[in-house]
Design a protein around this ligand. Structure first.
Ligand code: 2RA
Length: 339
């Protein structure tokens, strides 16, 4: 069987990664329909060596579509997901619009594929920094996981292609440049230099003093792992990296846990590449992960002051495993279940 697939947001950083990933994973595409805003329509994007013209998104464009991959922001998802479902498509939405909805599964195929069973037309792709965290944490949950402390080091591509271009320009201008551009949040009035800097803000602040990005790590992890009582203490930081989010994580368990036990489980965990050999200076970093769909884990060690706690470092490509790769894996799981 082959499927008619639509990509909404096709000209964006994640949309382009979705088109590339459909080809790279050899997804059975009978027809590819690329959709975007009217101002982005008309561009062509190559798929399996053929140019595909990007069309303006509208309900009729979803007629006959089997699977629609969305990555055009929450507003576009709220507008078009119900229309696409009405046209008979299953929507896999990378935006935050539906992630916490009761009847919308929030899925990482290596972690909670069973959640796909009760979808009602819309399936949500989790936030990039959540995906890599739960891929690494899931194999350790039944050791009695109680508390996740996570500090993220997030690449600027999470803010889109314009942020990648802006960082490159800032770096080119050198550290003396005092022309802050769009970091950390385009829409907020205060902008700070991103080059040679780190900014402890990803997305906007909420009334509780946390950012939206940090609360996604709390709320989405609990939903995906089905651990409503799980304690999560997040700090999300933007760093001058182009591709690849990193996370320094401390996991506290209800009983003492041995590093060897953690390593054994991660070595055989789906979607995980264990890179953990300090004697040979082997550990995960973004330049290793970028361009791949795996989640890399290393620097695994006992907390020096708490036998119940294990520390580790988790890295993944935020556009691939963090978005496009995971979304296509969900599509594969769906057709595997006979969508
Ligand atoms: C970011 N996770 O990195 C958010 C959205 N991609 O900006």
């Amino acid at each position: 069987d082959a499927y008619r697939v639509a990509v909404l947001g096709a000209t964006g950083a994640v949309g382009r990664a979705m088109v590339e990933t459909l080809a790279r994973r050899n997804f059975p595409v009978a027809e590819l329909r690329l959709l975007a805003s009217p101002k982005s329509a008309g561009q062509t994007i190559s798929f399996r060596g053929e140019p595909v013209v990007v069309q303006a998104a509208e309900e009729a464009a979803f007629a006959g579509i089997d699977i629609a991959l969305f990555s055009a922001g929450a507003d576009a998802s709220l507008t078009f997901a119900p229309l696409a479902v009405r046209q008979g498509a299953v929507v896999i939405d990378n935006s935050s619009a539906y992630r916490m909805h009761e009847d919308v599964p929030l899925v990482v195929p290596e972690v909670n594929p069973h959640a796909l069973a009760h979808h009602r037309g819309i399936i949500a792709n989790p936030n990039c920094s959540t995906i890599q965290l739960v891929v690494a944490v899931k194999p350790l949950v039944d050791l009695g996981l109680e508390h996740i402390h996570v500090a993220t080091y997030q690449a600027v591509s999470g803010m889109g292609q314009k942020a990648v271009d802006a960082l490159m320009q800032e770096v080119a201008r050198g550290p003396a440049s005092s022309e802050p551009t769009l970091f950390p949040v385009v829409s907020q009035p205060e902008h700070y230099p991103m080059a040679f800097n780190v900014l402890p803000q990803c997305d906007v602040f909420l009334d509780n003093g946390y950012t939206k990005e940090e609360m996604k790590l709390v709320n989405e992890s609990r939903k995906i792992l089905e651990l409503p009582g799980l304690a999560v203490s997040p700090t999300a930081v933007r760093v001058p990296v182009l591709y690849g989010h990193s996370e320094a994580v401390a996991l506290r368990f209800s009983r003492p846990v041995r590093v060897e036990e953690v390593r054994e489980r991660l070595a055989r965990a789906p979607g995980v590449v264990l890179v953990d050999d300090p004697a040979r200076r082997r550990y995960p970093h973004p330049r290793m992960a970028a361009g791949t769909g795996e989640t890399y884990v290393g620097r695994i060690r006992q907390d020096l002051s708490d036998p119940h706690t294990v520390l580790m470092f988790i890295v993944a490509d935020n556009l691939l495993k963090g978005a496009a790769w995971n979304a296509v894996q969900i599509a594969e799981a769906l057709i595997g279940r006979g969508v």
